[in-house]
Design a binder for this molecule. Structure first.
Ligand code: IVH
Length: 668
């Protein structure tokens, strides 16, 4: 493809990606699937790797960069980041309006004050400084006077402009709220569950925790979003009101939630009432509304206390809470053996849905709550979606209610349970509950996609002993299935057909279906595409795996360990004998250069080539040459007397190739 064609496609892709970012983050109305979105990013990265000179700072691929930090640098705020005083009812809101009017010395009969009313997003406040039209600094609120420099992390937030459009003021500072949309939060927790890891409690804490991660590439993988609500010194940009400011910020490409104009306390209360109905459908947590005097020229006169401005206040929504009976605490054994306690509740209607089960997360949470069967508990929706047992009403505790004790053995197989940190785990590989979950995962849509093999049927198959591991699925026949309760001949035939056709699935799906810990569908895709066959993947070297794009040390170690176990290798062999496809159907496309996505460092004195020749060769094959070794480096080519880069590669466990090895890899 010619350079200008590539350039054209790159521009079109970037625009398309930005549009999807807006649809997802600003409008909460994605129009494509996550996979399709990732596909666009992958394609863009491929093209940019072909012509690294076409990479611009504002490309969606450039949101992450650099090594993990040791710690955050502390930075002073340009003007203090204040907080807001709270109100909880109409009376307090009217009192606020009165204070504003008195503060401005207005006579009783003066017209009502104009207020801008906007959602109070439950996230984390950040300050963002732009210099020369580029995002130069992102900082946390900290103590209000100084915060942490989290620039690398905020850069990863899709939807936040890295570069402002032409004509934007060259210096400006905005402030806003970083949050995690509920859909993203739920997906993240599903992924945690699939990997047998502890789930996050709510979107706000997860967003806060994410912004404090030192490795920006982990932050990039988390679905953070932002809404901007303050322009520092807005009056200096010829803006007179909050509403003008939102228009201005919107034009600069900042995601905002905007504001509604209300005249006087009565209209504010009307707006609050309308909002009260609307907030559960927004797609992110809103814990109240912020009411700000609309005209900036009144701010100086109103002033501020040391903590709050006197021209703004928040109105906090009451989180709906309901009490109900705790009927039982049941334990569920997941695919990886994690045993999760779930509260079974007398059904109760909370924040829009009927709740009859609520997760109790883990052993610590059960202990903290001291919830006992028969107790009356207070339930609320954490993040307005996930039902949560908030607390126990101790004065309603029935006499004789006993503290809940985790059983010593697995509720499914009776093997002894093991406590790992806050997780309780059944480590019996033959545990039927784990087997049931594994088979369900194997058959699921994203994995082998076996139509007709749902939860009920899996339970039957496992209980009847027809399936002892996933390879047994391929031994099922219409006759054998016919013996099962409520199984008609037609559905049996359909199921056998569904199982049969799953044999043709791509290697990537099979790898994912095996349920290797930490290996999601994307990770499976990456390794399948790289190794092409199950055999090659099974023999893969851990450091080689780790060097792959999107495969970190945790995934690499997990894959390695999985295939090191004889039981797992035997299972793969049985699947192969059954006729399951063991090859990638996605050959690395011919156009894809051999070193696409590889970030290579060259050091020391080479024998055959000069340093520049080797660099040209790397670029010709689509690789990228960088000057220093970092975690992102795929491998180091070392000649004689390699020096400190070699040492760094060793510490970071980055593969080192000799010149000859490298040339062999290129088939030269
Ligand atoms: S204005 C001096 N507007 O709420 C003005 N804050 O309780 C201070 N917040 O620290 C901020 N949405 O983290 C403002 N639309 C909004 C907001 C908002 C959420 C957060 C922010 C602030 C906290 C104050």
């Amino acid at each position: 493809m010619s350079r200008s064609k590539v350039a054209q496609e790159i521009l079109a892709l970037r625009e398309e990606i930005r549009e999807h970012d807006r649809a997802y983050y600003r409008d909460a109305h994605p129009t494509i699937s996550d996979q399709e979105y990732d596909g666009l990013i992958v394609r863009l990265r491929e093209l940019e790797d072909l012509h690294p000179d076409l990479i611009t700072e504002d490309s969606p691929t450039q949101r992450v960069g650099g090594d993990p930090l040791e710690e955050f640098r502390s930075v002073p705020h340009s003007v203090p980041m204040l907080s807001l005083d709270n109100t909880y009812n109409a009376e307090e809101m009217r009192a606020f309006d009165q204070r504003v009017r008195r503060g401005l010395d207005l006579p009783e009969d003066a017209p009502p004050i104009e207020y801008a009313v906007e959602p109070k997003i439950d996230g984390v406040a950040v300050a963002l400084r732009y210099q020369g039209g580029r995002l130069a600094l992102g900082a946390t609120r900290g103590n209000g006077v100084e915060g942490d420099d989290i620039t690398l992390n905020v850069r990863t937030i899709r939807g936040l402009p890295l570069v402002l459009p032409k004509g934007a003021p060259s210096e400006l500072e905005v402030r806003g709220e970083v949050y995690m949309p509920l859909a993203g939060f739920l997906q993240l927790n599903e992924a945690m569950e699939r990997q047998g890891l502890k789930q996050y409690v709510n979107p706000r804490n997860t967003a806060a925790g994410t912004l404090k991660l030192l490795d920006s590439s982990t932050v990039a993988a988390r679905p953070l979003a932002i809404a901007v609500y303050t322009l520092v010194n807005a009056d200096q940009y010829n803006l007179e009101t909050q509403l003008d400011m939102f228009r201005f910020l919107g034009d600069l490409g900042f995601p905002t939630q905007g504001a509604e104009l209300c005249r006087g306390a009565d209209e504010v209360m009307e707006a609050i009432e309308t909002w009260g109905d609307r907030h559960p459908g927004l797609g992110f947590d809103v814990d109240g509304l912020v009411v700000k005097v609309n005209h900036f020229n009144l701010y100086d006169e109103l002033g501020a206390t040391s903590k709050f401005p006197r021209w703004a206040i928040s109105y906090k929504f009451p989180a709906e809470e309901k009490s109900t009976k705790l009927l039982d605490i049941v334990l569920q054994v997941g695919r990886t053996g994690a045993v999760t306690p779930t509260a079974i509740l007398e059904p109760v209607f909370v924040s829009g849905t009927t709740v009859s089960r609520a997760t109790l997360h883990n052993a610590d949470e059960v202990e903290r709550l001291d919830a006992r069967i028969g107790d009356t508990v207070v339930v609320k929706k954490a993040g307005e979606i996930i039902p949560k047992v908030e607390r126990v009403l101790l004065n309603e505790r029935p006499a004789g209610a006993k503290p809940f004790r985790y059983p010593k053995d697995c509720p499914s197989c009776r093997a002894e349970l093991v406590r790992e940190d806050v997780l309780i785990r059944c480590i019996n590989l033959a545990c039927p509950a784990q087997l049931e979950r594994s088979v369900m995962h194997f058959a699921s849509r994203g994995a082998m996609d076996i139509e007709g093999l749902g939860e009920k049927l899996v339970l039957q198959l496992v209980r009847e002993g027809l399936v002892k591991d996933v390879s047994d699925l391929y031994k099922l026949t219409v006759e054998k299935l016919g013996d099962l309760e409520r199984m008609g001949e037609k559905s049996a035939a359909n199921l056998v057909m569904g199982i049969e056709s799953s044999k043709q699935q791509d290697l990537a799906r099979l790898v994912y279906a095996l349920g290797i810990r930490h290996v999601g569908s994307q990770g499976a895709k990456v390794v399948a595409r790289h190794y092409q066959t199950m055999e090659a993947l099974m023999g893969a070297d851990e450091s080689e795996l780790e060097a792959l794009d999107e495969v970190g040390p945790v995934i690499a170690a997990s894959i390695h360990e999985f295939f090191n176990r004889k039981a797992n290798r035997d299972l793969v062999a049985r699947l192969q004998t059954a006729g399951v496809n063991m090859e990638s159907l996605e050959t690395p496309s011919e156009e894809e250069p051999l070193l696409a996505g590889e970030i290579i460092v060259v050091t020391g004195t080479l024998e055959k080539h000069s340093r520049n020749e080797i660099k040209a060769l790397i670029e010709k094959f689509g690789g990228k040459v960088t000057g220093s070794v970092s975690k992102k480096t795929t491998f180091l080519i070392a000649g004689s007397e390699p020096g400190s880069k070699y040492d760094k590669a060793q510490t970071l466990k980055i593969p080192v190739l000799s010149e000859a090895e490298f040339l062999r890899r290129l088939g030269q």
